[in-house]
Design a protein around this ligand. Sequence first.
Ligand code: SUG
Length: 446
Amino acid sequence: MSLAVEANCDGLVGPTHSYVGLSPGNLASQRNAGELSNPRGAALEGLSKMRRLSDMGLPQFVLPPHQRPAVSLLKSLGFSGSDAAVIERAWKDAPALAAAACSASPMWAANAATVTPSADAADDRVHFTPANLLTNLHRSLEGPQTTRALRRLFPDEARFAVHDPLPAQPHFADEGAANHVRLCAEHGAPGVNLFVWGREAWGHWDGKFPARQTREAFEAVQRRHGAARAVFPQQGRAAIEGGAFHNDVVCVGTRECLFFHELAFEDRSGMERQVRAAAEGLFEPAFVEISEADLPMADLVASYLFNSQLLVIPGEDRLVLLAPAETRDNPRAFAVAQSLASSNGPIGRVEYVDVRQSMRNGGGPACLRLRVVLTEAELDAANPAQRFAPGLHTTLADWITRRYRDRLAPADLADPDLLIECREALDELSQILDLGGDFYPFQRAS
Ligand code: SUG
């Protein structure tokens, strides 16, 4: 077994962060549609969270925002002329398409890809399958640029395999690591991989809200990666109906601990049996389950208790749960968090972090990061300019403060000046993070 750490790769919030109500089944996104957003505040909140983890001694990386507005989408749908003309026409004739082209959704890096560490992969490389995110139009734009971003961050093909996204067919609807959990004795040891799916490709889905992940998508990811000890539990239908559009809204796991809500899995005891069988001889799984009586779904979704980062902190035996501030604000969720910390279980402490701008779009602390377990040699092979450190924090905070607006109404997304501001900002960022002069489509076009 090699020594390994869990690195967090957080999506930097982009300058078009807005509340447009693009995600059915994501109750926060629906409720806050039309509100004023604060892109600068959102990006600084995300940056502070990265700083917090980096200060805890955990490796942290920055994933760059994507180019938005995605004028190429609008052009492919028949709008023509200069970029400014395309945006103006699209907002007049097809505002839903224009809004989708402006979303800053790549910030939710838990949906960027599914990751298999080398300890679990058939060929000893770290494998990534970028998610095709095809259930929602605005998110379906992300796959190709995410692929480019992961190849830039993890360039060494002898150590890293960044696959293409799965075919863009409803059969293979894939939302990445938000529906994947890895349990293990310690990060570098062989793990058990839970691939949690919402519907079967050839089945009939009649839920009120979309089931975004198919079983067949995850079976393909598992085959591509050669991911060992895989189990495929079904998401609870009641959880999806209650607003848990990804499994990470009702479940989080790290090391031997699976922390989840009673309604998270359709067949809860079947899940436990399969995980125990896969972990046999490796580690004893710890199932920490919270009942619907203690935390009803409505409070779960309002508080996002399970959308926390469950962390192994150097020098600490028990795990630390980094929960959103909304958990502290919700009396029932707060009581559950308090009882976790005072019981003798695997979670020793709960801390809170303010990512309220992201939360209003249904993205908590766990949504903002992609976890990548890396050996020391793999860690050293990642792009050093994207590694978070106090110096990079200062540089990025200055860049955000200069480049981002602090208020954005949905109607402002139609402003042609915003397009120019975004491109200038991203051009500068590509230098800060050493992404090369051809990272963004607009750089390749000029
Ligand atoms: O896909 N929200 C995202 C939130 C993703 C949360 N990620 C995880 N649970 N891992 C989504 O629903 C809202 C955008 C808008 O409405 O403007 C949005 O896309």
